[in-house]
Design a protein around this ligand. Structure first.
Ligand code: XMP
Ligand code: MG
Length: 179
């Protein structure tokens, strides 16, 4: 697996250092709010897992699975709910945890849905932001790293469901896509 990586974009140390910082910020901003922290499966699972361990206030967790990409590297613009939340968001301070924002279509849809369900507040934390080809006007409230317009894998992010288990973010060798 490691010999399929062309280059490392963000090391495990860089990721963990940033997540520690983000955890502190979330703890301050949500001090008395008992936020509902929602992980967008599957990509955000490693980030969610590490982030909540750096948050020092009471939180609750929930999970949602949506699909927009399938096994391709280009967004279809369609969002389908595969797994919905367990509990109601009505009156809750909701923090959506994402792995990466690209076109913004996925999060735009989720934000709209949670607002229609009467969440008290809705904010986004994303590990990575690729602001270059947004299709909707959307900015994360908290962001780990802005990255160039390249397809990345690792730390939750996949190519055809592989590479999610890498502890760093990297770029694949071109030949991997041509198999
Ligand atoms: P949108 O375009 O809706 O996309 O903001 C968000 C979702 O697209 C996937 N995505 C990627 N997945 N490497 C990946 O493994 C990437 O570089 C990448 N860019 C977008 C991802 O699932 C994200 O939740
Ligand atoms: Mg994905």
């Amino acid at each position: 697996m490691l010999n399929e990586i062309e280059r490392v974009l963000l090391t495990e140390e860089q990721l963990q250092e940033k997540i520690l910082e983000l955890g502190h910020t979330i703890s301050e901003d949500y001090y008395d709010k008992n936020p509902l922290v929602i992980c967008v499966l599957k990509g955000a699972a490693p980030f969610m897992s590490d982030l909540i361990k750096r948050v020092s206030i009471h939180i609750e967790m929930d999970f949602m699975a949506v699909s927009s990409y399938g096994t391709s590297t280009v967004s279809s613009g369609e969002v389908r709910i595969i797994k919905d939340l367990d509990a109601s968001v009505e009156g809750r301070h909701v923090l959506i945890v994402e792995d990466i924002i690209d076109s913004g279509l996925t999060l735009n849809y989720l934000l709209d849905l949670l607002r229609r369900r009467k969440a008290e507040s809705t904010k986004i934390i994303t590990l990575l932001d690729k602001p270059h080809h947004r299709k909707v006007d959307l900015k994360p409230d908290y962001c780990g790293f802005e990255i160039p317009d390249e397809f990345v894998v690792g730390y939750g992010l996949d190519y055809a469901e592989r590479y999610r288990n890498l502890p760093f973010i990297g770029v694949l060798k071109p030949e991997v896509y041509n198999r």
